[in-house]
Design a protein around this ligand. Structure first.
Ligand SMILES: [Zn+2]
Length: 262
């Protein structure tokens, strides 16, 4: 996209945001790649170069061969735990603190929205914050477990001996009901949805912008690739979220500064 065109679109998106009373953001892998996190589900991420996802990242495969799953996820855990939020994450925090943003719905499991300081984050594909024992269903904080796992490479186990599974949604696994309901609720309540860094290819998130439009919300899409809802959107900016989101948040920052000086 030419920069003059992007500037026009940014301005239109800013106007929509300034006029919104209750906005919701929907984010995907594209907001985390600038933080160095590979796209969990993308065939081009390198994560799938040597393995078939169906062989390691389904619930059945996990139960059958947890060591294969943990061998595969090892680099992803290491990268994710060390990753820091980027300018796009911080822009959403700004829009929540001083603008109309009420919630972030994310497909990401990396917890970077929370790390950045977003207050209401709905993680529809789960997260790496906790783990669940597949035998006694005990839920434990993941950080100490992962520390040990990264040092030893051994399959994490519960005090009961059962295998611990990170609270991420594997292929073919049902999405967390409460998160999905919260995502729908926020979407229906909002008068603007900002899609940021998601190609919306997954059914789990792809219908939310459609639901938003059906219930009368405005729609802004910021993504490098085309999406299936571009035609429905009020503004489509085909650029990197790390460049665009801080520009969309700028009016709220300025308003905040003016307020401080008054
Ligand atoms: Zn257990």
């Amino acid at each position: 996209m030419r920069s003059e065109l992007v500037a026009d679109l940014v301005e239109r998106a800013q106007e929509l945001l300034l006029n919104a009373r209750r906005a919701v953001a929907l984010t995907g892998a594209g907001i985390s790649t600038p933080s160095g996190i590979p796209d969990f589900r993308s065939p081009t991420s390198g994560l799938w170069q040597h393995v078939d996802p169906m062989q390691v990242a389904t619930l059945y495969a996990f139960q059958q061969r947890p060591q294969d799953f943990y061998d595969w996820i090892h680099p992803l855990v290491e990268t994710t735990l060390a990753a820091r939020p980027n300018a796009a994450h911080h822009a959403l925090v700004e829009m929540e603190s001083h603008g109309p943003l009420r919630a972030v719905i994310t497909q990401n499991i990396d917890m970077l929205h929370s790390k950045a300081g977003s207050q209401r984050v709905i993680e529809i594909h789960g997260h790496l914050r906790e783990m669940t024992c597949l035998r006694c269903y005990d839920i434990v904080p993941a950080a100490p477990v992962f520390q040990q796992f990264l040092a030893t490479g051994e399959v994490p186990r519960c005090h009961c001996g059962g295998v611990l599974k990170p609270n991420v949604i594997l292929f073919g696994e049902q999405l967390p009901v409460r998160a999905v309901q919260a995502a729908k609720h926020e979407t229906i309540q909002s008068d603007l949805m900002l899609v940021a860094g998601s190609s919306l290819e997954l059914a789990s998130a792809g219908y939310l912008p459609i639901l938003a439009r059906q219930t009368g919300a405005r729609l802004i899409v910021v993504n490098l690739e085309p999406t299936h809802v571009d035609e429905l959107a009020d503004v489509v900016i085909r650029a990197d979220v790390v460049d665009i989101l801080p520009r969309l948040a700028a009016p709220f920052q300025e308003a905040d500064q003016a307020w401080d000086q008054a």
